[in-house]
Ligand binder design. Structure first.
Ligand code: NAD
Length: 499
């Protein structure tokens, strides 16, 4: 193996170690194809070593006072803030998104770290006095043990930070498996977590693909598993890890629709559609990929095309409007779906396939692409494209728009643009989608709330961060207690049902 390119290390029991594997993948800058690093596909022994370090560390970590756990994340959030520019630069180099967007990626994760620093107010039980005479009942929220996380390529800072800070703040230990496509910023965040004082074995990292994921699903010492990624892989992970007796949460794919009513503020609505459709080159689980134009709003297509065409495409470090797709394979897939859209009869209003980025001829660029006349049954409607392609569907009424959205297999995010409170309220009540935006295009909840999802976008009851994640990463224990006052007790045997 060449020594010129750095290798990504595993983190086992507090040590950053070189993998013994012979299977390595390149981490590639998607704007230039420069190989930035090599990432190992960890061996089964390395996965075992990471889990067993986490299992051993749990014995003492679970007893660490809640204030000590909270202070660790107070320190961690400051370290992330201090290193924000460096983190964003690493993220942009390996993932492709613009520097401004990369800072947003880190910042949305940082907010979850701040939330973890508030664990003292979150991991609380309940108490009821005198549930029977002289008897009290209370609950304690105890950590589970070793937890694991598997993350996607599109938010390599935010999504790992959805997982390990909350799990560890609750008193668990953790094994993280980052995306093999862009693990560098995740590892820098992990280094900062160690610098903040996370003890050896409490946080561990293994790298790899399907084999490592399957090993984590099967491992008997892992109690809970968090996954974020595509629906087919998430469904597999949910089934496999549940079968092995784990608690599992899987946040998965999307086909997010935005309804535009003709009474919407036109300028605002069109700007939001363009931003949420093409930002991050459409590689967001909360990207708007279908705009449902109701009635006269269908006449706004030419203005949408003008706005989309004006967006600048380029390498993320120059802060254009959108950067490249993650890989040549992703680019080829998106280009193939655009060709399929034309073949299946949708009208191509704007074609981003031939976009030129001078000096970056080998980058995985696709420019903003718009289709009108899109219908269910077309591949561009039925599949998650995960590229800068916005599909426009025309309908006559709000009812028709709601019916269309509720019939889609995915239920991750949705939005409505309108000036009518009555229409917005009806939409909010009737739509079967996890995240709902009202004149807000990408409603990723802040960590006071939990990320959620419906239908094909989520498996498992409890979401990441917010209050729900405390229940996910803890076991509720219900204690019923009676203390005898010797002087007053009768000493009689009671054979009726307890209490
Ligand atoms: P992916 O499903 O390909 O990969 C996710 C993780 O699973 C990676 O760590 C990868 O190594 C692993 N993996 C890939 N193939 C596997 C297999 N066959 N068996 C076991 N493990 C496997 O997803 P991606 O392309 O990295 O990310 C994009 C997807 O993630 C999109 O579908 C997007 O909508 C979704 N996503 C969802 C959310 C959400 O909160 N709902 C957030 C971000 C991304």
């Amino acid at each position: 193996m060449s020594t010129a390119v750095p290798t990504i290390k595993l983190l086992i029991n507090g040590e950053f170690v070189e993998s013994n594997t012979s299977d390595w993948r390149d981490v590639v800058n998607p704007a230039t194809q420069q190989v930035l690093a090599r990432v190992p596909m960890a061996t089964p022994e390395e996965v075992d070593a990471a889990v067993s370090a986490a299992k051993e560390a749990f014995k003492s970590w679970k007893k660490t006072p809640i204030g000590a756990r909270a202070r660790l994340f107070l320190k961690y959030q400051q370290l992330i803030r201090d290193n924000m520019k460096e983190l964003a630069a690493i993220l942009t180099a390996e993932q492709g998104k613009t520097l401004a967007d990369a800072e947003g990626d880190v910042f949305r994760g940082l907010e979850v770290v701040e939330h973890a620093a508030n664990i003292g107010n979150l991991q609380l039980g309940e108490h009821a006095e005198n549930v029977a005479s002289g008897v009290d009942t209370y609950t304690v929220q105890q950590p589970l043990g070793v937890c694991a996380g598997i993350t996607p390529f599109n938010f390599p800072a935010m999504i790992p930070l959805w997982m390990f800070p909350m799990a560890i703040a609750c008193g668990n230990t953790f094994v993280l498996k980052p995306s093999e496509q862009d693990p560098m910023v995740t590892m820098r965040l992990v280094e900062l977590a160690i610098e903040a004082g996370i003890p050896p074995g409490v946080l561990n990292v293994v790298h790899g693909g399907p084999e490592v994921v399957n090993a984590l699903c099967d491992h008997p010492d892992i109690k809970a598993l968090s996954f974020v990624g595509s629906t087919p892989v998430g469904t597999h992970v949910y089934q496999r890890a549940s079968q092995a007796g784990k608690r599992v949460q899987c946040m998965m794919g999307a086909k997010n629709h935005a309804i535009v009513l003709p009474d919407a503020n036109k300028e605002q609505a069109l700007n939001q559609l363009v931003g949420a459709g093409f930002g991050a080159a459409g590689q967001r689980c909360m990207a708007i990929s279908v705009a449902v134009l109701v009635g006269e709003a269908q006449g706004w297509i030419p203005e949408l095309v003008v706005k989309a065409r004006a967006l600048k495409v380029g390498p993320g470090r120059d802060n254009p409007d959108l950067g490249p797709l993650i890989s040549p394979r992703a680019r080829a897939r998106v280009a193939g779906l655009i060709a399929k859209g034309i073949e299946q009869g949708a009208k191509l209003e704007l074609d981003g396939r031939a976009v030129q980025v001078p000096g970056h001829e080998h980058g995985n660029f696709v420019g903003p692409t718009l289709f009108s006349g899109v219908k269910p049954g077309m591949a561009i409607y039925d599949q998650e494209i995960f590229g800068p392609v916005l599909c426009l569907v025309g309908v006559d009424s709000l009812d028709e728009a709601i019916e269309l959205i509720n019939a889609n297999p995915h239920g991750n995010g949705t939005a409505i643009f309108t000036q009518s409170g009555a229409a917005a309220r009806k939409f909010q009540e009737e739509i079967d989608v996890g995240q709902v935006g009202i004149n807000v295009p990408i409603p990723v909840p802040v960590p006071l709330f939990s990320f959620t999802g419906s239908r094909g976008s989520k498996l498992g009851d409890l979401g990441p961060y917010g209050k729900q994640v405390i229940l996910f990463y803890t076991q509720t224990k219900t204690v019923t207690s009676r203390w005898f006052d010797d002087a007053a007790s009768s000493g009689k045997v009671n054979t009726t049902i307890a209490l």
